[in-house]
Every structure is written in C-alpha cells, then in structure tokens.
Design a binder for this molecule. Structure first.
Ligand code: CO8
Length: 255
C-alpha cells in the first residue's frame, strides 16, 4: 500500500501520511511523494486547498531515524531533503494540517510549514532532536520562534519536551483544538470554506502573509499593495464585488 494516501472531496485534496509501522516518520521517499502530490495539486485548477493529516494516534514522529542513522556528514551535506522541503514550502495554495497524536521533529516542522494547523485534544508538538544529539534542521528553530516567541521556543528546543494541544493553541502555534475524532473533518470543512474563495486572491494573500516574516514592515506593506493592485485586474475581483452588490453568491473562475 502507498505510504501517502490521497482522497478528494469537491475542491479539497486530503493527503494522509501512512507509515504506521514507523509512526509516519518522514523518510526521503515519503517527503518526495508529498512534494510530488503538492506539485500536481498546484497545477490542478479543480483543487482549491490541501489538508495533510496522519493517523488518529500519530501525525508524524519526525525524520526517519533508521534512514538518518546511516548518513554521515558528507551524506547529510548532499541530502536531497532541503530541496524536498523547499518544494513542499513552495506550494502556493492554502495548506492545512490536521494533527492528532504526536507531531515531533520533522512532523512538527511539517505542521509549522503549513498555513493553518488544527489539532486534536490528544496532540503533542515537540522538537526532540536535542535528545538525539542533534538539533532541528528543517525550519524548527526558525519557524517555532517566529510563531511562539522566545520563551517557549528556547524551552522546547533546548529541553526537547513536547507541549500539549492546549499549550500550542495558547502559544499561537495552532489555530484550533478539536475532539481528536473530528480533527480531520473540521480541517476538511475549514479547507472547503477557504477553497470556495477566488484562487488568485487566496494565492496573493498567502504570499503576502508569508512575506511578513521575511520583509521589513515598509517592504511588506509595499508588497501587499502591489498584490492588492494586481488583483484589481482579475475577473474574480469584478465578480466578487458585483455578487455582493447584487446580493447573490459569487461564482469565481480563477481568472
Ligand atoms: N524514525 C524511524 N522509526 C520510528 C520513528 C522515527 N522518527 N519513530 C518511531 N519509529 C518506529 C520505532 O522504531 C518502532 O519501530 P519497531 O517496531 O521496528 O521497533 C515503531 O516506530 C513504533 O515506535 P514506538 O514503539 O516508539 O511507538 P510509540 O507509539 O510507543 O511512541 C513516539 C511513539 C512517541 C512517536 C516514539 O516512537 C518516538 O519518540 N519516536 C521518535 C521521535 C523523535 O525523536 N523524532 C525526531 C526525529 S529527528 C528529526 O525529525 C530531525 C529532522 C531534521 C532533518 C534535517 C534534514 C536536513
């Protein structure tokens, strides 16, 4: 059976990590399948948003330690992983994660890379790399501190201890805590609500939000204005405003 399952419901694609024997550890093959699936979703106009999930007990237990154990420094230097992560990160459409159980190491990094994280009340987020004599290497230090701030980021990275879903919610790491049996359903419903909006507007909004961590406020405001101005050239902008004024639902076309 494939280690990445995919299913479609209307405009939402769900990708399910499926390596239960390794607690969904993200080996290179699985990361590559994820990158391939997202690139296919990118060029498929009928997909408006993607949800990545794991099992009810485990989202992903991190990088595959059996694979990693065999890599020395030169092999780590030439590891295709950074390129695989970059391909996943480039996905321009809304990307949600529905997390139940453990999201550790690279699993936590995958959730942090996504745009919106929903978590079951049984979820645990952690970066345990320090306990293995290593450190986070796929965005863990950089994304965590930007998302939860200094105090919790240092504590999590230097102790390797995980936090609960409620702590993650309070810290701003995730958007919502759900009963674990409903996490995926809630995430799919949220993704469906998002996916009904104009695709170009969603993409522009995502681009602007992402740049907030890269640019100065002045540069970010300029880029926001440019993207806002570009959207004025879209048919969907005319349609969205006309639909509001005519008191009818908008029929967006992605143009
Ligand atoms: N990699 C490979 N196999 C794993 C992993 C993993 N990360 N996690 C669990 N497994 C395997 C176990 O070895 C075990 O296999 P086997 O049956 O053959 O012995 C099987 O899954 C079941 O594991 P457990 O019995 O431990 O399952 P539990 O349900 O009791 O516990 C946990 C689940 C809590 C998730 C536990 O397995 C665990 O702590 N796993 C390791 C978590 C961890 O340390 N993750 C960090 C990995 S390092 C990382 O992500 C760094 C990324 C940096 C990348 C940089 C690239 C450039």
């Amino acid at each position: 059976m494939s280690e990445l399952l995919s299913s479609r419901n209307d405009r939402v694609l769900t990708l399910t990590l499926n390596r239960p024997q390794a607690r969904n550890a993200l080996n290179n093959a699985l990361l590559e399948q994820l990158a391939d699936a997202l690139e296919a979703a990118q060029s498929d106009d009928s997909i408006g948003a993607v949800v990545i999930t794991g099992s009810e007990r485990c989202f992903a237990a991190g990088a595959d330690l059996k694979e990693m154990a065999s890599r020395d420094m030169p092999a780590t230097l030439n590891d295709p992983r950074p390129q695989l992560w970059a391909r996943i990160e480039r996905f321009p459409k809304p990307l949600l994660t529905a997390v139940n159980g453990y999201a550790l190491g690279a699993g936590c990094e995958l959730a942090m890379l996504s745009d919106i994280v929903l978590a079951g009340d049984n979820a645990r987020f952690g970066l345990p790399e320090i306990t293995l004599g290593i450190m986070p290497g796929a965005g863990g230090t950089q994304r965590l501190i930007r998302s939860v701030g200094k105090a919790l980021a240092y504590r999590m990275v230097l102790t390797g201890e995980a936090i609960t879903a409620d702590q993650a919610l309070r810290a701003g790491l995730i958007a919502e805590v759900c009963p674990s049996a409903l996490t995926l359903e809630y995430a799919q419903k949220l993704a469906a609500r998002i996916a009904q909006h104009a695709p170009l507007a969603l993409q522009a909004a995502k681009t602007a939000l992402r740049q907030a961590h890269e640019l100065s406020l002045t540069q970010g405001l300029q880029q926001e204005r440019q993207l806002f101005t570009l959207l004025a050239a879209t048919a969907d902008r005319q349609e969205g405003i006309a639909a509001f004024l005519e008191k009818r639902p908008a029929a967006f076309k992605g143009r």
